[in-house]
Write a protein that binds this ligand. Structure first.
Ligand SMILES: [Zn+2]
Length: 286
């Protein structure tokens, strides 16, 4: 069941005022989650890690360097992308020639979506040392934050070339983790480990000192897993509290809060939210 909420005024620290419409889908069945970001990623990642050239992938779609899983180098040396004197953050990218023109266009559209609402500017790589290297590997995954030199962002042609997944993986590359790993998540969701596929429990770990940037927990973040993520038995693994019927993990694009966080993390001086639903490749919940 869907209803349309008119959210009229959004006033945040840096923002101008905009009107927009979002859909809120109040549904709870596993089939309704077919197109949620985490379902798409989970499906596409069925074979991830089987290719020995791939990095180790944990937490669903986060690439890690073997041996460093417990101490994210990010925290020690800083993994933000540098800010230019003009106030923008230029992130060089390269897109593999594995993609069709249409897939490439979708990826470029995903990269450009950041420039409409943040100071992040993905730009084709020239000579930059650090860059995101977008390739079709065996699933959808990314490192968290800038790692130095070329860092793979894998967007498999089989199931990852969707606006929501592209934004999700790029948000990882910009330094963001999954919403349900936030320090305060237990006030907003209950994790039902008894329904989680054995061996996949680590996907639901909480990060005690996550940087929440003064933003509220957001069920509609494109970084939030769906209700049935890593379920072994078609029963929910994440249930919102106190209201278990609230839709979670159904975003098909960055939420206003996702955008606000990028703007806060990178100290962007402008902020606005533009809905891009009509350009989305993913069926929404009509
Ligand atoms: Zn992820």
């Amino acid at each position: 069941m869907c209803s349309v909420l008119q959210l009229a005024v959004l006033t945040l620290v840096f923002c101008s005022v905009h009107s927009f419409t979002i859909q809120v889908c109040l549904s709870n069945s596993i089939d309704d989650d077919e197109f949620s970001v985490s379902t798409l990623i989970e499906k596409a990642n069925a074979n991830v890690g089987k290719d020995e050239n791939d990095p180790k992938v944990m937490f669903g779609d986060i690439a890690v360097y073997t041996g460093l899983q417990s101490a994210d180098p990010c925290t020690a040396r800083g993994c933000l992308w540098p800010k230019s004197s003009d106030g923008n953050v230029y992130v060089a990218y390269r897109i593999s020639n594995q993609y069709s023109q249409r897939e490439r266009n979708t990826i470029v559209q995903g990269l450009r979506s950041f420039s409409r609402s943040t100071c992040i500017r993905f730009t084709p790589r020239r000579r930059q040392r650090d860059f995101v290297d977008i390739q079709s590997r065996s699933g959808c995954f990314s490192f968290v934050g800038r790692r130095g030199n070329g860092q793979v962002v894998s967007l498999s042609r089989r199931g990852c070339v969707f606006q929501s997944v592209i934004q999700h993986e790029l948000l990882h590359a910009l330094g963001f983790n999954h919403e349900q790993t936030r320090s305060d998540r237990d006030q907003h969701v209950r994790i039902l480990l008894q329904n989680v596929i054995r061996g996949q429990e680590h996907n639901f770990r909480r990060i005690r000192n996550s940087r929440n940037l003064g933003t509220p927990y957001d069920y509609n973040s494109v970084m939030h897993y769906g209700r049935f993520a890593f379920s072994s038995n078609r029963q929910p693994t994440i249930v919102p509290v106190p209201n278990p019927n609230v839709a979670i993990g159904r975003a098909n694009q960055m939420s206003p809060t996702d955008i606000l966080r990028v703007n806060r993390l990178y100290a962007c001086s402008t902020y606005h939210f533009e809905p891009q639903l009509k350009n989305s490749n993913i069926k929404s919940c009509l």
